[in-house]
Design a protein around this ligand. Structure first.
Ligand SMILES: Cc1cc2nc3c(=O)[nH]c(=O)nc-3n(C[C@H](O)[C@H](O)[C@H](O)COP(=O)(O)OP(=O)(O)OC[C@H]3O[C@@H](n4cnc5c(N)ncnc54)[C@H](O)[C@@H]3O)c2cc1C
Length: 372
């Protein structure tokens, strides 16, 4: 690849594609970003976006996530976008018959900011939460956690791309890498238009395994269909991201809330033709669970639903870097893409432009699933 001003095509305008594109233009690359529909119309447009490294995971994954949190704090400070990126903490408690004590001890042992709150301390310490809904043993408060409104962040990142001379092609339909002689030479859009490139970054969210399979590269996935409910504006005073046994709740711009849960995800019906059916009872159930954990039993009204696949690699860990057997093709496919969005875009852009591999992502290469 030419070392001066490489031409790079990024496929996918979610948080990972937008972040990569913005970091690429900062490094002087010529960037075309192509995306099937509208910007942020995939998982990034319907994400809980809890920024965290809570609980137990591999050391490498925890380290990457904490660097990810660092980049979000810098982003919020540098851009002043504090209506769309907040670090007001997270509160979580265990389901009946379970305990979060060991999780709290683990977090303390790795230096993750974790405070145990007794039930009777909740009202004073965590506005907006109904203390009587909290587990009898109490709850874990993680002051260093936060949330991001990804569509607004994607818009800000893509504005930076365009200001630097890059181009964003929305509504490009399904775009595929063009490979010749074992090297990527560009991207072909659904219209047949071709975008020549020295390198291509595939940041197509849950559709990454499909696009790699077409090139003979297997990346296992376990991406479920997920549901996010957005409420109308409501005055509840909640600032933290709440992770409770039956519902997760986070504040969102404009005084709205977004809600999701594992059980509600499993109730979405996936039709054979790729359509999704969300039952009214599921939405009503999520609203009821959220009402129960918020102070003052607020009246919550549904303003919108987001439904579609949530990208999750087969082994749960990020898939990032050079695709084996296809020179010049890089991939980004991860769970927790909100937490990792800025940092993985930064690391990928640098690897694409300099060719130097970042040791912090050495264990997350697609080659761990075998070569082409
Ligand atoms: C309900 C829910 C809750 C979540 N909660 C959290 C959380 O609390 N914390 C956290 O860190 N993460 C969370 N996530 C995960 C996080 O939101 C995602 O990992 C992240 O948004 C993925 O971003 P992406 O850019 O990889 O993919 P996407 O946002 O899906 O973007 C990919 C884009 O590529 C386009 N595309 C696909 N194929 C092609 C193609 N062939 N050609 C052209 N365009 C194509 C798609 O149309 C899409 O717009 C959650 C996700 C969901 C859905």
């Amino acid at each position: 690849m030419s070392r001066s001003a490489p031409r790079v095509v990024v496929i996918g305008a979610g948080i990972l594609g937008a972040s990569t594109a913005a970091h690429l233009v900062r490094l002087g690359a010529h960037v075309d970003l192509v995306t099937e529909g509208a910007v942020a119309s995939g998982a990034s447009g319907r994400s809980l976006s809890w920024l965290n490294s809570a609980g137990a995971r591999t050391d490498a994954y925890h380290r990457l996530r904490t660097v990810g949190l660092d980049r979000w704090r810098t982003f919020a400070h540098r851009t002043g976008l504090d209506d769309r990126v907040r670090f007001d903490g997270g509160l979580t408690w265990a389901a009946p018959g379970e305990s979060h004590r060991a999780r709290h001890e683990h977090e303390l042992s790795i230096g993750y900011d974790s405070v145990w709150l007794e039930r009777n301390e909740i009202a004073a310490r965590v506005p907006g939460v109904d203390g009587s809904a909290v587990a009898a043993e109490g709850a874990v408060f993680n002051a260093g956690e936060g949330w991001a409104d990804l569509p607004l962040v994607v818009d800000a990142l893509l504005a930076e791309v365009v200001a630097a001379g890059g181009t964003v092609h929305e509504g490009a339909g399904r775009c595929v890498p063009v490979v010749s002689g074992g090297r990527v030479t560009g991207v072909r859009a659904a219209s047949g238009a071709e975008f020549p490139a020295d390198a291509v970054v595939l940041a197509a969210g849950a559709w990454v395994p499909r696009e790699l399979a077409a090139l003979g590269v297997a990346v296992p996935e376990q991406s479920p269909v997920a549901l996010l409910v957005r409420t109308a504006p409501v005055d509840v005073g909640l600032r933290v991201v709440l992770n409770t046994p039956r519902v997760a709740v986070r504040p969102a711009p404009g005084g709205t809330l977004v809600l999701d849960a594992g059980w509600s995800e499993r109730e979405v019906e996936v039709r054979g033709d790729g359509d999704h059916l969300v039952h009214d009872s599921t939405v009503a159930g999520l609203i009821a669970e959220a009402t129960r954990v918020l102070a003052g039993t607020p009246r919550l009204e549904v303003a919108g639903l987001g439904v579609g696949p949530k990208p999750i690699p087969g082994d749960g860990e990020p898939v990032v870097g050079a695709v084996p057997g296809v020179a010049g093709l890089h991939v980004l496919f991860t769970h927790s893409g909100a937490t990792l969005g800025l940092v993985l875009g930064e690391f990928t852009a640098r690897e694409v432009v300099t060719g130097a591999e970042n040791p912090l992502i050495a264990s997350f290469r697609p080659s761990r699933f075998g070569s082409r």
